[in-house]
Design a protein around this ligand. Sequence first.
Ligand code: SF4
Length: 566
Amino acid sequence: MSWKLKKKCLDILAGEEGAVRKVWGDSLTVALAYPNLYRTGMANLGFQAVYSLINRHPACLCERAFLPDPGDRGTRETSPEQLLSLESQRPLAEFDILAFSLSFENDYPNVLRMLALAGIPLAAGDRGGRDPLVIAGGIAVTLNPEPLADFFDLFLIGEAEPLLPAFLGAALRLRGGDSRWDLLAEIQRTVPGAYCPRLYRVSTDPEGRVAGREPLDAAFPERIVRQTAPDIDVFTTQQTIMTTQTEFGGMFLTEVSRGCSRGCRFCAAGFVCRPARFRSAAALADSFREGIEAGKTIGLVGTAVSDHPQLVALCRSILAQGGSAAIGSLRLDRLSRPVAALLQETGVDTVSLAPEAGSQRLRGVIRKGISEEEILSAVDNLREYGIVNLRLYFMVGLPTETDEDVEEIIRLVKGIQHRVRHASGGKGKFRKLTLSVNQFIPKPATPFQWHPLEDVALVKRRIRRIVAGLAGEKAVTVTHDLPKWNYIQALLALGDRRVGKLLAAVHRRSGNWAQALKEVNVNPDFYVYRPKEIDETLPWDFIDHGVDRAVLVREYRQALSGAAPR
Ligand code: SF4
């Protein structure tokens, strides 16, 4: 046992409240892994929710594991000990199940790293009866699990609440000594939303596109139906472990809504988390009370929090109990004067808004549904109520985008500053106006799933233009992702099973993508820069996300033709 690693776990546990420590006994043991640092993983409400769900099952036990901090990695790689679970400091290889929570494609290389650190064979086909069953869930694999097909025994497609009880019920047979292959086949037959990639054969045509997919047994479903909790009022999703060592250490996160019905054409959450569901004030009351008693700010979490029909009443009830509330990002068209007043009362001094595009034309193409008047009116309301810091999210590389659209971002931002200055008689403007500029990445199951990623060099040039165009605005800061990683993210989001070969090579080459690309005969541009045919089979088409393909086609064609609704 590396005492340094064990002490690290104990130090983390000492800074937490709410961790569950169950006795191993005969329980089905699950190591819940987040393929990034503790600080990031523990800020993810979905990760905490799954931890609680599994631990609430009387026959199951769940412990957590994270990507080690960079400073600890040397210790681990030279130590005979493996990656340890946090709660009991056991090697992950001793668990029955290793379950990854996957929200972001750029974390995929970390999955392989954690498997290697845990001493578990990377390829699902190389694992034997003594190895844990390696499974994954989360929005990234719900959209498209295929690039990870080689490494996972099973994916759970959809939301945890309907998926986990059925899966855990079946997986208990692992403790009874059932063979993993028989168990996986049984789960594939009987658990809706389960997907074992090795039970499906995929073929490609001479051009490399998916030509067909067939189950190895007629009893396996041809399509995997994404699972959704119909009523989120019958359970709560809230932070169960308190720690200051996360990105939202001062907050108590609680989910108020799930899904969104707005249909912005770029937004995966808007399409695959449907329908929009809102938790009622009555269902949230206990959660608010608990967070306030813990002395925390209530962080209202959801796909589209500001669309909650009782948002003002929810915030008022928190304030009335002496608490404070925080909302991640607000829809611009919901930022009315009463909402701005409420933000002021809750002590908020920074608000995030997402115009996404600078020109009205491009906002129409992406179906953002927000006019420039609404943007400026929201800004007026914020300033009137003393909100001094503003963060604006924009995308570049959107379908049909031109240099003029990018100039419109600069014009809009300057216009916002001018308007605020003018309205305040020259005295006031935003103390800090931060632009977060990200490259648009086409996502599966959205109307833009057929669209190629914009050329990374062009995106770099457009970002440089925005930075230069706003250089004279002292209060404005522009932040952006590195376009190179956007290319990788697009590859991992849009790829098929062959992309897994590339991931394995990247792992062998210690993260060096350039070397890996030389080693493996996979052309990443085929997935990233190629416009897909409307009638071709896409790698993720076997997942039934509950969205009619004809709707996606119609939306895509409308976007490209410019016949988009406002
Ligand atoms: S971008 Fe926001 S408003 Fe639009 S669909 Fe997604 S969650 Fe809804």
